[in-house]
Design a protein around this ligand. Structure first.
Ligand code: ZN
Length: 475
């Protein structure tokens, strides 16, 4: 063991996220090689162990995002004012086909750097821009060149899933990915609800390869209960199946998902503004469906799970209050706690990915994916009274001080380690320049600035009152 490097994070408030959710004040986390060796107070450590001062900070497991279209990060912020309709038109119908392998690579590089920087140590790359296996190779190449743990969820919005999944090219690529130790592999496609269930062919390929499937489900106007029912009746839903959004579904679909042991990846920021349906955690809780969190795409939103935790708490509580007010009732105690969303951002993701044996909590023997939240320069860093509440409502990506993946320090003292951001910037700029040139200036600007519908200002009875004279005009 002497040749293995050891790192100890000293004296932090440790959120173990173990089965008992133990919170340890002033505890140490010792990492040896790629594993957590010990968690406890005043740990004795091997000689030469690197010490990181975690005092006044929070030490927690690396966060896990179960649905992120990493290739779209090259278009960061472009679609801030989009609805889902505008997103579909831009990516699915008009401009998505222009993305070359190097553009997918550029997006993935930036997304990977963004994830690690925010303490997201595992990310499902919901990569549905893979028009060719060449695009997929470029996506994988990017994921391999940066630290972090990734699952490539292979998809292609330019073809039906029954087309791309049955090609010899894809299947050969899929088999190669199964031998990859570091990168996970899934298949990503949507089930439209067409009664002939053409997606069955893709599910059969996934079953043959032995890989999990993830689908956007319960997306208003796109996928509905029929898709869930068809896949369930055909026996394709199991514990490894991740439904994304699941926002506009009936109780029947939730029952089918729950009974199959599948989970739902909730992207609250996305559901709130794109229009898939109300963020569903309030319904998922009632149906006892496992939840993980995700942020969907940086073409609209930020790539960190602090926002996901915060908006999810807000949306769930809004719904609970709103439903009660409709009945003239008052909610006096919140059902969803800060602790729950921190669990979903860590353990929940590990469980969804079938990785709870080695990811999602800080326990001896588990993989050392660790985040230290600490920012001495920030007035928001103290007092640290309620650690789960601090993570969910106070902290943000700038407070991520140190990140370890697989026992390696990949961010330290607020700076990424071994990531050449300048080189990534040049690749992203080349992609932006190419796309802007290909679309032409007019379409580029039109895509970013959708028309604003006229707001109908309501008739206001009080505007007829003349306050100066106290008289009311007849109206
Ligand atoms: Zn998505």
């Amino acid at each position: 063991m002497a040749d293995q490097t050891s790192v100890v994070l000293r004296g932090g408030t440790v959120l173990t996220l173990d089965a008992q959710h133990r919170v340890l004040p002033r505890a140490d986390v010792l990492v040896t090689g790629d594993r957590i060796a010990a968690v406890g107070e005043a740990l004795a450590v091997p000689e030469g162990t690197r010490e990181i001062d975690a005092s006044d900070g929070i030490v927690m497991p690396g966060m896990i995002d179960t649905h992120r279209h990493m290739w779209q990060t090259a278009m960061r912020g472009y679609g801030a004012d989009w609805t889902l309709t505008q997103y579909f038109v831009w990516y699915y119908l008009e401009s998505g086909k222009h993305f070359r392998p190097q553009d997918v690579r550029a997006g993935n590089l930036l997304a990977a750097a963004e994830a690690i920087d925010a303490g997201v140590t595992t990310c499902v790359d919901w990569s549905h821009g893979l028009q060719t296996v060449g695009h997929a190779e470029a996506a994988v190449d990017a994921l391999r060149s940066l630290p972090g743990r990734y699952v490539l969820a292979y998809g292609n919005i330019q073809q039906g899933p029954w087309e791309w999944s049955t090609s010899a090219d894809f299947q050969a690529f899929g088999r190669r990915m199964l031998d990859d130790e570091r990168l996970g592999f899934q298949m990503a496609f949507d089930v439209t609800g067409d009664p002939t269930f053409p997606e069955k062919a893709a599910y059969e390929v996934a079953r043959e390869l032995g890989v999990p499937v993830t689908t956007h489900a319960g997306v208003w106007g796109a996928t509905n209960d029929d898709g869930v029912r068809l896949a369930h009746e055909a026996g394709f839903i199991n514990e490894s199946h991740i439904f994304v959004h699941a926002a506009s579904l009936s109780a029947d679909s939730y029952h089918r998902i729950a009974a199959s042991g599948a989970s739902v990846s909730v992207s609250t920021e996305s559901e709130q503004s794109a229009g898939q349906g109300y963020p569903p955690t309030w319904a998922l809780r009632a149906h006892n469906i496992p939840v993980s969190l995700s942020m969907d795409t940086s073409v609209w939103w930020s790539g960190d799970l602090f926002s996901a935790m915060r908006t999810t708490l807000g949306a769930d509580r809004s719904r609970e209050h709103f439903e009660a007010h409709q009945k003239g009732e008052t909610i006096t105690h919140c059902s969803l706690r800060a602790e729950h969303v921190v669990d979903w951002a860590t353990r929940g993701g590990a469980e969804a990915l079938g990785r709870s044996a080695d990811l999602g909590s800080l326990e001896p023997g588990k993989k050392a994916d660790v985040v230290l939240i600490k920012n001495e320069a920030s007035p928001v860093s103290f007092p640290l009274l309620n650690p789960y509440g601090h993570v969910a409502f106070q902290a943000q990506r700038g407070d991520v001080h140190t990140v370890l993946v697989d026992g390696r320090v990949v961010k330290e003292d607020h700076k990424l380690v071994g990531v050449d951001l300048g080189a990534i910037r040049r690749e992203v700029e080349a992609t932006v320049e190419y796309l802007r040139g290909t679309l032409g200036e007019e379409d580029w600007l039109k895509g970013m600035n959708p028309d604003v519908p006229a707001t109908k200002v309501l008739d206001n009875p009080y505007t007829y009152t003349d306050y100066a004279s106290g008289a009311t005009h007849g109206g």
